[in-house]
Design a binder for this molecule. Sequence first.
Ligand SMILES: [Zn+2]
Length: 387
Amino acid sequence: MKKFTGGIALISAVVISLAPLTFIEPASAVEKATTKISKPAISKYQRYIYRYQNGVMQRKNVDGKFVSVDTRKESAFDPIRVAAYNAVMQAISGKNSSNLNVKYVIRPNYPATLSAAIKSTFDKTVKQFGDYFPAGTPVTVIMVTEKDKDFIQKELPLIVDQNATGDVWQFASRYLTKSEWENSSASGGGSASFFRGPEQSKGGFYLSHTASYATMDTYWPEVAPHEFTHILQGVFVKDLSFNSQDEYQKKLPQHYVEGSANTLGHILAYPNLGWYSDDADLTIKRYSNGVKRWKPVNTPANMVDLLVATEKGTPDQAFEASYSIGQLFYEWLIGTYGFDKFITLIKNIGPTNSFDENMKTTYGITKAQAYEKAAPYMLRAWKKATK
Ligand SMILES: [Zn+2]
């Protein structure tokens, strides 16, 4: 959601279906019988397929078997990616905070396997990151489907108003017909944020919408921790006010909002480096056609241009590209300087006047220098993901 809703309200960030997907060849159904190591299956919705068995996440292979481990070594992945994953994992290891009080409003027609999977991931993330929030901070998680028109129009606004969520029925009504659901990428979507200013005692919210007939084949584990990241971003700016979208994005560039949510969302969603890397790549690939139609992505200088262009959420191409371009930038930033420094960056949004000043204060380099330093990694990772 990219509309700016004025001084008192908040900016709500949305993971939403992109345009019809044309990004990857379907998983080969003719995998050779001689293949020794089974590859992961990809659904007709172009996603990896996961399930939970006794609370353990498993991923489906092309041979139909679900596995719960990944046997690849760290040396199989880019050192920056390895460092980013490990930095976040180390920062949250052993954390078990109860600072956040999460209340779930799960509508009866929301698919139970999906709500259970989302709740399980979200509850885990909340405990890992609760220390960054004041004790007793409320968070409301609402899950709705196309069967909730009345609820969405009458009851939802009493929990979280449309300034924050956008027009939820406009999204959910797309799921009334299965073809529209499939055309909108068959994933559902959501929005999340932390209330700012006088409303901050309401804490954070995460609204999720999907089709009542959605299954685990359409489950994308990245979404719940992505949305949680928006709540985490929000708690550090809850006392700030902005008079315009430009003022907001001077401190919180679009690539920061969606990109760092994508980086953390992917890292936090998966129990091992390999699955994180695979899904991070698949996401880059999914966004890549849209980015390439907009601007060239061939050189490090192109990457720098894209970082500059995705500081703003307009035009639409910038908004969409901010997810993937930002995902790689913040992966580089966390992989290079660690996770504590990234938290310092979030904390410094308030005390500094711009993202550039924040970069200098937090990392000792200008924004432009950071872009230049990050670009070679970003291009390397982009090429690997889109080859
Ligand atoms: Zn988002």
